[in-house]
Structures are given as C-alpha cells and as structure tokens.
Ligand binder design. Structure first.
Ligand code: 2P0
Length: 360
C-alpha cells in the first residue's frame, strides 16, 4: 500500500566530455535538439564527474533534488529535470527478487513513487568544467539503474539526457562520441549520441585542462546560443556548410589515430565556434587574453615540433583544454608550467597518479 516505506536506490557517476566539434545553436528548443552534429571525448579517467544517487519510494510525498548538499527548491518541476525523470521512468521494468523471483516493484508501482535525487560534482562547479553534461548524464544513468529501464531503440537514453542538457547525451558513452543532430523524425527521436570509437581504441589521447578562471561564466550557453541563432549568419553557414565536412574528417582521423588531422580540425572548430560568438549581436566573449596567449603558445609549440603535438579547444568560458598524446604530456606540461607557473600544486607529481591533468 501507499505506506510501504521501502526506499529503492541507485548511485551512478558520469564524467564530463569536451567537444572537438562544437554544439552551438538549437534547432528545436522544446526537444532541445541542435542545428549541427557534434563530437567529443568523454574524460572517463578524470575526476571531472558528477555522482548522483536516485531514490524512489511510495513514502516520498514529492520529487526533490539536492545539488552538492543543498536542496534546489522548485528544480524538481523544471522541464529539463521532468524530461529526464519521466522519460526514464516510462522505460522502467518490474523489479524482481533474485532469490524468490517475486515481483517487488511493478511498472505501475514505479509510476506511483516520487524520487529524491542527490548529485555531487567531484570538481569545483565554479570552474564550469564538470557542470551540466556530467550532471544530466549521471542523473539519467542513475535513473536507468534505479528503474531497471530498457531502451526501446538504441540511443533512447541519450535522447532523454539531451533534453536535460544537450552536451549530456555525449557523456553516456565513453571514448569518442558523436551527437547526430537528427530531424528526420518529427519527435526528434533520431537526435541521439553514438559511440564513434570506444575508450580502448585511442587510449593515448590525453586532456590537459588549464583553468584560466574559475569564475562563473557571464553568458549561459542556452541564452548565448539562442542569440547566436537569431543573429549570426556565420553560425547558419557553419551549420549548413562546414560541420558535416568536419565530422567526416574527425571521424576518419579518430579511426586512423591520426593526431595531425584530429588536432587541426579540433583547433579550427574551436576557433570557428568563438568566431560565431563574436559574430553574434551583441557579441559574446568567452575567451580572454590568457586564453588567446595559450592559443599562440600551442601554435608555437607545434611549429617548433614540426607536427601537431597539442590541440587547444575552448568552450563557453576562458579555460583551455589541450588534447595531446601520452608521449608528449610531460613536454607539454613543462611548457605550460614554464609560461603559467603555479605556486602550490605539484602537477608533474600528480601526473603519475592521474591521466587527465588539471592545471591552474
Ligand atoms: C559543446 N557547449 O559541444 C558546446 C561547446 C559549449 C560550447 O554544449 O542548453 O550546456 O543545456 O543544451 O549542452 C554547452 O551547451 O546547452 C555546450 P543546453 P549545453 O560541448
């Protein structure tokens, strides 16, 4: 009955992802679908994660959400949150006792329960690095576990995570992940993420994260991309003419483990994304002088090496992510730390224990 106090619970973590081919601009704001494909690497060996516990019980009288220990009042009724909870719950399967084979929770019982969600970032949220992508991916993954949900078509869970936050759909898979824009189906069920190469395929790729500023960004992605879609002709051109070519180039580069081609298209796409921000009216500035000096340093490094050894990429903020190969990490770190020394942290020492680096 309704007083059954059993609490069902699942805890799952999800890593953030960093796009090489950028998502910027929505085709449909209700379904939260993009105007172009995108592609990212999931940082599954890093500590840039969200850890989420999802509980359900007939004893709960409403849905509630806590972020990093404090309750977000009203957040449980937000459209993004509702799309994830209701979307995964619709795919719930009955829970069966493994010993007695008895049905413990029927599909109908799941529908009667409210959920409590508690999510933590394992990295300071202010740095804007492990935020919405990891958060909504962990939310969906925890709900999938809690409800024993089963997809009715491949990628359905990513379509649900996408409604939480676009970039979150790419964090449900490891390795290199493409988000296909979709749009052939009227319900956008074809706007899903798909793994291009798994985490084992090109394990030599490393991400060095340079925290230029941990201040909260001034223009939210959702608001920024809406202004860009409304005003930037360059963004329309990019979505129509540029991105599909780059998706082919980068997917081939990944399959062939061709860092030269991978790095070049990654840098060019970051630059074009920030060019569309500048082309937005009024313009949006995410990169700052330090960001631009990192761009110059990377180009000088690659020129000196006579090959692309590092590739920068910048999202909706000034922080740099430098992609490189394992064999060049120490060299790249030495270079970064020479020009951007940090007082307290033993980053070289940390590298021994951590594959993805965080540098201030
Ligand atoms: C990306 N970014 O592909 C791009 C590059 C920022 C720059 O995805 O409105 O937080 O929640 O769908 O996913 C940031 O946008 O936006 C983003 P919503 P989201 O990673």
């Amino acid at each position: 009955g309704n007083t059954n106090p059993i609490i069902h619970k699942a805890t799952v973590s999800a890593p953030t992802n960093i796009a090489c081919i950028k998502y910027w601009g929505k085709a449909d704001s209700h379904y939260n679908t993009p105007i172009n494909d995108s592609l990212s690497l999931t940082l599954d060996q890093s500590d840039l994660r969200a850890v989420t516990s999802a509980s359900a019980s007939l004893a709960f009288d409403k849905d509630r959400l806590w972020l990093n220990g404090s309750e977000e009042v009203g957040a449980a009724s937000s459209r993004r949150f509702r799309a994830c909870v209701d979307g995964v719950r619709a795919l719930a399967t009955e829970k069966i006792d493994p010993d007695t084979k008895e049905v413990i929770v029927s599909k109908d019982d799941w529908k009667k329960m409210h959920v409590y969600i508690a999510s933590y970032n394992t990295f300071p949220t202010a740095a804007g690095l492990a935020s919405s992508a990891a958060g909504y991916a962990a939310l969906v993954a925890a709900l999938v576990e809690l409800f024993g949900a089963k997809e009715s078509y491949p990628g359905e869970f990513t379509a649900i995570a996408r409604q939480g936050s676009g970039s979150a759909c790419r964090s449900l898979y490891g390795g290199f992940v493409a988000w296909r824009a979709g749009g052939e189906k009227s319900d956008w069920s074809d706007s899903i993420a798909e793994q291009v190469a798994d985490e084992a395929h090109w394990g030599e790729v490393r991400a060095v994260i340079c925290v230029v500023s941990d201040a909260k960004k001034e223009t939210s992605s959702t608001a920024g991309m809406s202004t860009s879609v409304a005003t930037s002709e360059l963004l329309a051109f990019r979505a129509k003419e540029v991105v599909s070519k780059r998706m082919k180039i980068i997917e081939e580069a990944i399959k062939a483990k061709d860092f030269e081609a991978f790095g070049k298209v990654t840098m060019m796409d970051s630059n074009q994304f920030h060019a569309t921000c500048l082309d937005t009216y009024p313009p949006i500035f995410y990169m700052n002088d330090v960001s631009r000096s990192i761009v110059q340093l990377v180009h000088r490094y690659n020129d000196w090496a006579g090959e692309i050894r590092a590739a920068y990429t910048f999202d909706a903020g000034p922080n740099a992510v430098l992609y490189t190969l394992d064999k060049h990490v120490i060299e790249l770190l030495a270079l970064v730390l020479k020009y951007y020394p940090c007082e307290s942290e033993d980053l070289m020492g940390d590298y021994v224990n951590n594959k993805d680096m965080v540098s201030k």
